[in-house]
Design a protein around this ligand. Structure first.
Ligand code: GN1
Ligand code: MG
Length: 367
């Protein structure tokens, strides 16, 4: 493996000499490696083997990432910022491609490692949640005028109508005989099917507009500097055109959870409204200039929508025999689905307050 990684690294236009290439982190989807160079002045890099089972069109994905980062780079430069720290930089191969495909057909991509960054696995304080909201808001604001369409590299990603078609198919097949074990959980999905479809209809008919979205807005996809200020948003694999509500909702799903995404102890999982308020304040501080009325009116619902979608996706993967997400135990996807459902129920209980908080935040900006 070491040799393979060195060979892959040598395909890219790196400054300096490669010292080591080591595994980094534990994403659910891709495999990530850290490329350390010998020279102190040369950058270090992140190398990723993109998951081609999930990303069926890695060249288009890299092209999307390039368009978005390039657009942001121009703005950072115009504002006198640092284009190597305030946005990700994709490193091309020696033959000027944005990815390298090895002999096994695996796709690899490299970006510059942004030094002296801080990341957080959870947004436990309102201050941090506010910064996170600012980070995603700023990202969306910077790409709001990117008119060039992006390729839809994950057709139907946050489209619940599409998710239901997958769901219905998996349930009809019941490939590993798990359906009978999760009748109560299946009911969680079915009982909310209509309200979720009603929301998505508004996206389909254009009532809610489509823009450039990030689609994975967990706090650990934001880099902060040593002063706690947002540097940039990373993990751009899923940038595509959709509703910004997905980004807001997904952030609320991960930020406001007082427990873990896969918490086996459901008592730990609740929605924290203080975190919700802080993120919303940070987010709206950057996005009010372009969000439409229909978007603002559906912010609170989007938190429920994305959390529901995640319950569905985890549960569906469990019933399907665990083909999508990496798992650490045989029932990991079921544990995840239960924890996310607990969060969804907590959001439903807090829904009126969520709406009130959004209204109060809007009013505070008007004053
Ligand atoms: C996946 O691997 P990660 O954490 O970047 C998934 C998201 C899910 C998330 C659940 C392409 O993201 O949609 O919300 O897991 N990404 C993809 O934690 O499916
Ligand atoms: Mg991701």
């Amino acid at each position: 493996m070491k040799d393979i990684l060195m060979t892959v690294a040598s395909q890219f236009q790196l400054d300096g000499t490669v010292k080591t290439v080591k595994p980094l982190g534990e994403g659910f989807i891709n495999d990530t490696f850290y490329i350390e160079t010998c020279e102190a002045e040369a950058d270090d890099y992140l190398l990723q083997r993109k998951n081609k089972n999930i990303f069926k069109n890695v060249p288009a994905m890299m092209d999307n990432i390039y368009k978005v980062t390039n657009h942001i780079k121009k703005k950072v430069i115009a504002a006198g910022g640092d284009p190597l720290r305030q946005v990700m930089t994709v490193v091309p191969t020696t033959d000027k491609k944005l990815y390298y495909q090895d002999e096994q057909g695996e796709y690899w991509a490299v970006c510059i490692f942004i030094k002296d960054n801080i990341t957080y696995q959870a947004a436990r304080t309102p201050e941090l949640a506010f910064q996170g909201g600012k980070g995603i808001g700023l990202f969306q604001a910077m790409v709001a005028d990117l008119k060039e369409p992006l390729t839809d590299i994950l057709p139907g990603f946050h489209n619940i109508r599409y998710r239901f078609s997958q769901w219905d198919e998996v349930l009809a097949k019941d490939p590993v005989g798990r359906k009978a074990l999760v009748t109560e959980e299946i009911d969680w999905i079915e009982s909310r099917r209509k309200e979720m479809l009603d929301f998505w209809t508004l996206v389909e008919d254009g009532t809610i507009p489509t823009r450039v979205t990030h689609n994975d807005t967990k706090i650990n996809n934001i880099l902060f500097d040593n002063n706690g200020e947002v540097l940039c948003v990373i993990d751009l694999d899923t940038v595509l055109n959709s509703t910004v509500l997905n980004d807001y909702g997904d952030a609320m799903r991960s930020y406001t959870n007082t427990g873990l995404e896969d918490d086996p102890n459901l008592a730990n999982v609740e929605m924290d409204l203080n975190i919700f308020r802080a993120y919303t304040e940070g987010y709206l501080s950057q996005t009010l200039s372009f969000l439409t009325k229909s978007e603002i009116e559906h912010l609170a619902f989007s938190a429920k929508y994305i959390t529901y979608e995640q319950v569905l996706r985890f549960l569906m993967d469990y019933i399907d025999g665990d083909n999508y997400y990496k798992i650490k135990s045989p029932d990991h996807n079921l544990v995840r689905a239960r924890a996310q459902n607990k969060l969804l129920v907590s959001m439903e209980r807090n829904y009126d307050d969520m709406i009130k908080i959004i209204q109060q935040t809007m009013e505070s900006f008007r004053n």
